[in-house]
Design a protein around this ligand. Structure first.
Ligand code: COA
Length: 170
């Protein structure tokens, strides 16, 4: 996919569901904070969920592998051309707890941004739940600004979310 400093990235598919399920279970803290504890089948859902009107061709589920480790260190999902052409949206950016707070997230985001710029993107978008202030700080440090707030309704809860965007046209 694209090079990362301390490992490699692979596009995940149905064959990786077991490894992704194990990662989601190790990331229970984040899933409980924002949605619900990982259920059996959470990985399959993660691989197949799509915004309205998109197909799996436009969605990249990227597995992050740290140097010298077989287990997934993190996962990113990103959809191109949503909500409009040349805007890309990060659905999830999740590192496993033991990999956080060492600069890996910032470094992988830089590499992701470079790849997306190379694909002609004009902006990167994402959302952060208000109950995740550390996540919000992280994104603001990566150059994202809040553009609005809305309510996110899942089948188990409602979240108030910040909408964020980073322009890539400079
Ligand atoms: C957010 C995340 C991708 C950042 O990657 P990272 O490698 O830990 O980040 P860095 O080491 O480059 O920077 C550290 C910053 O990450 C953020 N961060 C660290 N742990 C976090 C956690 N458990 N939850 C949310 N953000 C966290 C904080 O902003 C921290 O800075 P601080 O000192 O101001 O608290 C990673 O911590 C993570 O996967 N967190 C859980 C999932 C999450 O919240 N994702 C973002 C959702 S929108």
């Amino acid at each position: 996919m694209f090079p990362v400093e301390r490992g490699h990235v692979k596009r995940l598919g149905a064959d990786d569901a077991l490894a992704l399920q194990a990662l989601l279970e190790r990331c229970r803290d984040f899933l409980e904070l924002t949605h619900e504890a990982p259920r059996p089948g959470a990985a399959r859902e993660f691989l197949n969920n799509l915004p309205n009107g998109k197909t799996l061709e436009d969605k990249f589920v990227l597995g992050l592998y740290a140097e010298g480790a077989d287990e997934l260190a993190g996962v990113i999902d990103i959809v191109r051309h949503w909500p409009i052409r040349d805007e890309w949206i990060i659905g999830t950016f999740l590192l496993e707890p033991t990999r956080r707070n060492t600069g890996l997230g910032a470094s992988v985001h830089r590499d992701l941004e470079q790849w997306v710029r190379g694909q002609g993107a004009t902006g990167l978008r994402l959302v952060v739940q208000v109950q995740n202030p550390a996540g919000l700080r992280f994104w603001q440090r990566q150059g994202y600004a809040i553009t609005g707030q809305t309510v996110q309704r899942t089948h188990v809860r409602e979240n108030i979310i910040h909408l964020l965007r980073k322009p890539l046209d400079t």
